[in-house]
Design a protein around this ligand. Structure first.
Ligand code: PLP
Length: 400
């Protein structure tokens, strides 16, 4: 380990709150799907800042947009009109079939706003209709509302009391959802593909049936597309694959290629529940983040990246499946487009992650047995071949 990284670790030890289990690596430069650490070593980035760096690092169009905007105006306040914010809302409206937008700075804030909006909407009809249903192993964020919706006890432990009015059902079990929905239910929140817990797609039929149940019981359907959206699965929203519509959508992560931003989209009818004063956010939708998001949407379209995610993602999944057949290292490959997860045959995910980093491949380990890949949508088949080579080498190091 170099002196530079050792010094970093030491100062972090002394000065940072230790809420992250950090790996002993630090990057200082990026270009496309490549990263360089502070010692100059090159890595292939199949994590993309956890689904944030949609277009790759240091994309010229994004750098130019941010620079131009920073030289002009970064921030005023939401008590005035903000031109790029209105333009971004119009673009997202086009992409979502006419939904309205509200901006914030992160995924968890987007879900907070989504939950508040759902309850406010339902309160017009029935003050008792407050319950939010989510599914096991979901991840919706770390602030209290989003955390209460996150059906993973480990994240809630020690933080009680949790806000009331949240209920959990088994992932993928439509009967359980049907039983849980009652006249107290305000909304159901679902990730079309669960990301944080290891890439678990909800079947299209499940999403379709969930939509029917919500319609039947006048319950709102919220799709958390924070990780799966922005074209990562080959369509702008992952739930489009199931041919269903949302009442509310939350977005963040890749929306501005790394500049912090979150958004809540809602149908016209649901959006009317918020009136001036209902909700707000100082930084949300400022000039800088919206200029970055507008440029990100331009590049996503101009470089045909959703199509690329479909094609390269299919190739990556195919390569992993072939490897699964040839070796006994992995037992399952899951995902859509460039949101991909595998289950390892042995509980060695962390060891594989560390070995992969040594090989120059950045990925993510989830729990003991899952690996998650969320590369920039700009990668090509040659990048996949190189990642496979490095992954196999890492596994060989761990289990020769
Ligand atoms: N929802 C989903 C599906 C996520 O994957 C995440 C983050 O991983 C969040 C919400 C929370 O987003 P943030 O970390 O930006 O608050």
């Amino acid at each position: 380990m170099s002196d530079q990284i050792q010094n970093l670790i030491q100062t972090d030890e002394q000065c940072c709150i230790h809420n992250y289990g950090r790996l002993p690596f630090a990057f200082s430069r990026g270009e496309g799907a490549r990263l360089w650490d502070i010692n100059g070593k090159e890595y292939l980035d199949f994590l993309g800042g956890i689904a944030v760096v949609l277009l790759g690092h240091s994309h010229l169009k994004i750098t130019e947009a941010i620079t131009r905007q920073a030289q002009t105006l970064i921030h005023t306040a939401n008590i005035f009109y903000i031109e790029p914010q209105v333009q971004l809302a119009a673009r997202l409206s086009e992409l979502s079939g006419g939904m309205r937008a509200l901006f914030c700075n992160s995924g968890t804030e987007a879900n907070e706003a989504a939950i508040k909006l759902a309850r406010k909407y339902q309160s017009k009809f029935d003050a008792e209709k407050v319950e939010i249903i989510s599914v096991t192993d979901s991840f919706h964020g770390r602030t209290y509302g989003a955390l209460a919706a996150t059906a993973q006890p480990k994240y809630q432990q020690g933080f009680g009391p949790m806000p009331e009015g949240f209920r959990y059902v088994e992932r993928g079990n439509i009967d359980a959802l049907e039983t849980a929905i009652s006249d107290k239910t305000a909304a159901v929140i679902l990730e079309p593909i669960q990301g944080e817990s290891g890439v678990w797609p909800l079947p299209d039929e499940y999403l379709q049936r969930a939509r029917q149940l919500c319609d039947q019981h006048k319950v709102l359907l919220i799709f958390d597309e924070i990780q799966s959206g922005m074209g990562r699965t080959g369509k702008f929203f992952a739930h489009e694959w199931a041919g269903v519509k949302a009442d509310i959508i939350s977005l963040a992560k890749g929306l501005a290629n790394g500049v912090p931003i979150g958004a809540v989209l809602a149908t016209d009818e649901v959006a009317q529940a918020f009136v001036p004063g209902s909700h707000g956010c100082t930084f949300g939708g400022n000039f800088l983040s919206c200029a970055a998001a507008l440029a990100t949407l331009d590049v996503l379209h101009d470089e045909n990246l959703m199509e690329n995610a479909t094609q390269v993602g299919a190739y990556f999944i195919d390569q992993l499946n072939q490897w699964k057949l040839q070796s006994n290292a992995i037992t399952e490959v899951r995902g859509r487009g460039l949101m991909v997860g595998v289950t390892l045959a042995k509980p060695i995910a962390r060891k594989v992650l560390l070995a992969a980093l040594e090989e120059g491949l950045v990925l993510n380990a989830v729990g003991d047995s899952y690996l998650r890949f969320l590369p920039p949508l700009t990668i090509n088949n040659a990048d996949v071949d190189l990642a496979m080579e490095k992954l196999k080498a890492a596994l060989f190091v761990v289990t020769p």
